[in-house]
Design a protein around this ligand. Structure first.
Ligand code: M6R
Length: 367
């Protein structure tokens, strides 16, 4: 039931503090004193983790982007190389399956045909696959050797929101666990545990930006196309923001890496082509500001999404969305929330179907 909300999508966006908390087992999947995570369902002896040389993630759509964000968290904390694959492509690529590779399938429904077939291809070649799945008892949950339920609760809207943040949260738990088995010291582990425990509150604060985001969405609803840019672990967030907008508003949207701007997309910039830049505090903020200047110099409107107080951003932005700060590893989980709200309010202003966009099904059970 939608309750006080007009659409399931808005309800599910607002359920994210609770969903992310459930993904952390309400804290039960975190061991504060040891600064690590505990994942019961992996069905792997801890010693098996020492033998993992690489991780391959298999997923589609929003699950794929969750894999990209979470995979980078694993690389950052555990220094294990992670590759993320479009499962439909993986399955047709005659993949090289190896004993020292851990395979992870990410799926909200657990019924996505492309992901199921990629998993079967790996299993038929002797690979071990774990699932990060939301629907308990689904095909993928049963097929995989072990895994972690995201426990986001039922997701009814075709556009995935709380499943995404829950998937990334589970990947962050895995990154912490693997990281602490390798180089991450207990002190850094504890810092991350604290930041994860505080994440539901930070998401709640971010949701408090809804009225501001609604105003911005109404200004941008009339454009035929829009670009989303991000750098590092905000690049897959930009791709997810673009997917959300096109899926429910039918406005053409594309995501690019901010660094890729000059390699082609800059040619698209004009007063009729707005962009949304994710420009977060950190080592590369100056680079992001340089990119935004390039776009503004060509009269492109720019919505800036940031957690930084840098006054240059205020000056440059056509519109600015300021989100709370959190640990830099977890910040992409916060950054996606305004993009979900933006897509929702643009679609609302355009009178779209929102929960049931044309041509799409909630789970794609055929290839
Ligand atoms: O159920 P799954 O997570 O396996 O679904 C994968 C994609 O079909 C899904 O994420 C799709 O891209 C969403 N509708 C995006 O919002």
């Amino acid at each position: 039931l939608k309750g006080e909300y007009d659409h399931f999508l808005l309800k599910e966006i607002f359920e994210q503090p609770a969903a992310v908390s459930r993904a952390m087992g309400e804290g039960g999947r975190l061991l504060h004193d040891f600064g690590t995570a505990k994942l019961g369902g992996l069905n792997l002896d801890k010693r098996d983790f020492f033998d993992i040389e690489r991780i391959h993630v298999l997923a589609m759509g929003t699950g794929y982007y969750a894999g990209c964000v979470g995979g980078a968290m694993i690389e950052h904390l555990a220094r294990i190389p992670v590759q993320v694959f479009d499962a439909s492509e993986y399955r047709v690529s005659n993949p090289i399956v190896k004993r020292d590779t851990l395979y992870l399938a990410i799926s909200q429904s657990g019924e996505t045909a492309d992901t199921i077939l990629a998993v079967k291809e790996v299993q038929n070649k002797g690979g071990r696959v774990l699932g990060i799945v939301n629907v308990v008892g689904s095909t993928l949950a049963r097929l995989t050797e072990g895994g972690v339920y995201t426990h986001a609760g039922p997701e009814k809207s075709v556009a995935s929101t709380k499943a995404f943040t829950s998937q990334v949260t589970v990947m962050a738990l895995l990154a912490l666990l693997l990281g602490r088995m390798r180089d991450v010291p207990v002190r850094r582990g504890k810092e991350l545990v604290d930041a994860m425990m505080a994440l539901p509150d930070r998401i709640h604060e971010t949701l408090g930006l809804r009225d501001r985001i609604k105003e911005i969405a109404e200004k941008y609803k009339g454009y035929g196309s829009m670009l989303f840019m991000g750098r590092g672990n905000y690049y897959p967030i930009a791709l997810e923001g673009a997917l959300k907008l096109k899926e429910i508003s039918y406005i053409h949207a594309e995501g690019f890496s901010s660094g890729g701007l000059k390699h082609g997309p800059l040619a698209l910039i004009s007063p009729d082509m707005p962009s949304l830049f994710i420009a977060m505090d950190g080592d590369f903020l100056d680079k992001d500001i340089g990119n935004i200047q390039e776009v503004r110099a060509r009269e492109g409107k720019v919505i800036v999404l940031t957690d930084s107080d840098d006054p240059r951003l205020e000056d440059l932005a056509s519109d600015i969305i300021k989100i709370p700060a959190t640990d830099e590893v977890l910040a992409p989980i916060l950054a996606v929330v305004p993009l979900q709200l933006f897509a929702y309010y643009v679609s609302l202003a355009l009178g779209r179907e929102i929960d049931q966009p044309r041509n799409l099904a909630k789970s794609v059970t055929v290839e």
